[in-house]
Write a protein that binds this ligand. Structure first.
Ligand code: CP
Length: 315
């Protein structure tokens, strides 16, 4: 079987995205199964995580697989100088799937070239976070009924935010209109704007963030300013409170507008928004379970048809 690693989903066709959305939907209908009984999923987290690691591990457990791995690289032999290549080759002896988060951009691609065991990129530096994108797409699809022709507002740290980079690439072929709202220091990197220009993807860069400017949004995708990516903490202090979504700003919003956030949140969404019908970020995180169940099955060659005919479902 060809290596089915998921390093990026940016180049996936609409058919493949729809197929994975259908798989996630099937998982949501029946999240507990034994379809992965006998399989081992390794979660290697060289960077901190709450949602991604726990939802991948929950996904594996709910599908009957066993989980090995680490959440703290300080407790591994990487502190003794073991290379990523050696770690991956060694874990490949133990696991059927490797889910990996690493601080270096390109680490997941590199790992996927070191082994035939499928790698799922759980975030590589400021680069990409494809499983987050899959759950974001699933959340958008569930709430809007389509991925087509949407006004998508991306707000906050658009420079280091790998989730917005991944989402931009995946939505770009669905005729979106992107609005990029960020401080100058954290604006969307040039390469993504060039990609948009070259591919006829509409985008507007703006600095205003008011009830008026977000009135036509279908999705507002808020992001945290990521302290850990700054080398100059003074610069972090200057920009950290630049864009805060306040309840008063939602008064003119479209009824079905949803606020997404990959989480964790610091202060960029005021807490009194949590009870608003526009708030969807906790449900979004919940969708991560179904999207990640789908991705683990996909890399193992388990098809949508297999899921629909699955006799191991636990009612
Ligand atoms: N969204 C996300 O990646 O969250 P964690 O860093 O907690 O995994």
């Amino acid at each position: 079987m060809a290596n089915r690693s998921i390093v990026s989903i940016s180049s996936y066709s609409h058919e493949k995205i729809q197929y994975l959305l259908d798989m996630a939907c099937e998982m949501e209908a029946h999240p507990n199964r034994k379809i992965l009984e006998g399989k081992v999923v390794a979660t290697l987290f060289f960077e901190p995580s709450t949602r991604t690691r726990l939802s991948f591990e929950t996904a594996a457990n709910r599908l009957g697989a066993r989980v090995i791995g680490f959440a703290d690289p300080k407790a591994t032999s990487s502190t003794k100088g073991e290379t990523l290549k050696d770690t991956i080759k060694m874990v490949s002896n133990y696991a059927d799937v490797i889910v990996m988060r690493h601080k270096l951009e390109g680490a997941a691609l590199y790992a996927s070239e070191m082994t035939d065991t499928p790698i799922i990129n759980a975030g590589d530096g400021a680069n990409l976070h494809p499983s987050q994108t899959m759950l974001d797409l699933y959340s958008i699809y569930k709430t809007q009924g389509t991925l087509e022709n949407l006004n998508i507002y991306m707000v906050g740290d658009l420079k280091y935010g790998r989730t917005v980079h991944s989402l931009l690439m995946s939505l770009s072929s669905y005729n979106p209109t992107f609005h990029f709202i960020a401080p100058k220091e954290l604006e969307m990197p040039q390469e993504y704007k060039t990609f948009c220009r070259q591919n006829g993807v509409k985008f507007i860069e703006q600095t205003d963030f008011t009830a008026e400017t977000i009135a036509d949004a279908d999705i507002i995708y808020m992001t945290r300013v990521q302290r850990e990516r700054f080398t100059d903490l003074m610069e972090y202090e200057r920009v950290k409170d630049a864009y805060i979504l306040r309840k008063s700003m939602l008064k003119d919003c479209r009824p079905n507008m949803k606020i997404l956030h990959p989480l964790p949140r610091v202060n960029e969404i005021e807490r009194d928004i949590d009870d608003s019908p526009h708030a969807y970020y906790f449900e979004q995180a919940g969708n991560g379970l179904f999207a990640r169940e789908a991705l683990i099955c996909d890399v193992l060659g388990i098809t949508l048809n297999d899921l629909r005919n699955d006799k191991t479902i636990i009612p």
